[in-house]
Design a protein around this ligand. Structure first.
Ligand SMILES: [Zn+2]
Length: 91
């Protein structure tokens, strides 16, 4: 198997590939979307913000129905509010 490049990555090339971790932790990756395991962090965070996996599913389903025209904007807005509105005792 032949190696096409010289195998050396310059510091500038390395830095240009770096990216912020998408989970919001402030970490820096080598160009990937997430640091190791941080995709799960984001998934958990999104679930908690919505109030659980089932509510997250409901929200995604509502967005899908709105996108393909089977749910009117008003009804979609109601479902979003029902999912994301802060609860009276919420934090
Ligand atoms: Zn992260």
């Amino acid at each position: 198997m032949k190696c096409g490049g010289d195998g050396v990555i310059t510091r500038q090339a390395y830095l240009s590939r770096m990216a912020n971790c998408e989970c919001g932790c402030g970490g820096t990756t080598d160009g990937r979307e997430f640091l190791q395991g941080h995709d799960q962090r984001l998934r958990t965070n999104l679930e908690q913000r919505v109030g659980g996996l089932l509510k997250l599913r409901s929200l995604v389903e509502a967005a899908g129905e709105y996108a393909n025209g089977t749910l009117a904007l008003d009804a979609f807005a109601d479902r979003v509010r029902a999912s994301l509105a802060r609860r009276p005792q919420g934090h």
